[in-house]
Design a protein around this ligand. Sequence first.
Ligand code: FPP
Length: 264
Amino acid sequence: MLDKLMRKKTAMSEGLLSDRIANVKKGQIPAHVAIIMDGNGRWAKQRNLPRIAGHHEGMKTVRKITRIANDLGIEVLTLYAFSTENWKRPKLEIDFLMKLPGEFLSTYLPELIEKNVKVEMIGNVEMLPEHTKKAIRKAMEATKDNDGMTLNFAMNYGSRLELVEALKKIATLVDDGSLQVDDIDESIISSYLMTAHLPEPDLLIRTSGEVRLSNFMLWQLAYAELSFTSVLWPDFDEACMIQAMEEFQLRHRRFGSVEGEGTI
Ligand code: FPP
């Protein structure tokens, strides 16, 4: 009896979700969604599990959210998977995190290929262990001609380091005379970032109740809508993603201008 009721309830909420998905698709879909996937450790702690169990569950959420993002028509999904600061974590946890791209891609690469998803990465690849580099490079190579959604992993990524590197390259150009200081503008700086070929994020989502950017895409997020949810990343599901989209569609993006034509 209880079982029957539960099935009915699930079917009803799934029905409702598909209606919400259909509705969201009628509105403006953000071209680029960036996500700070936070709360894996707390999810594990709540269940008396080791932190790595939370990261493993978080990997399953990556699959879920990649699927729905692709289905919604999002062009770029950037996921903050490992920051330049995360090297300060215990070695065991780092080793585990470094294995996740390999596990994820060895399981889901065929599906990503089939769905026309292009895998990319931002961050310093050189410092990653060989097996992590290999898994990411293989996925990038296998999907390089895909022209559907870009699934962009930020691995060993830090925004300040990215800006420092960009500024060094620009300074070299000034130094050798191929660029004038007066010609440096926003578009020049953007063009030396790792995201040069991508649109800027329209929406940033951070899970787990933390309300900060943690050195993530500081330049690129200048005009993004910000969405913070207390849901822990392993619990972030399709309904949470749809809720973020619904909220995004209610926002009025003005990019610093005023709405309407009148002046004071
Ligand atoms: C932050 O949560 C999360 C991370 C540092 C790692 C995020 C990685 C994944 C979600 C899996 C990535 C999957 C692939 C395929 C690359 P936290 O550990 O800081 O959580 P806490 O704040 O609750 O301790």
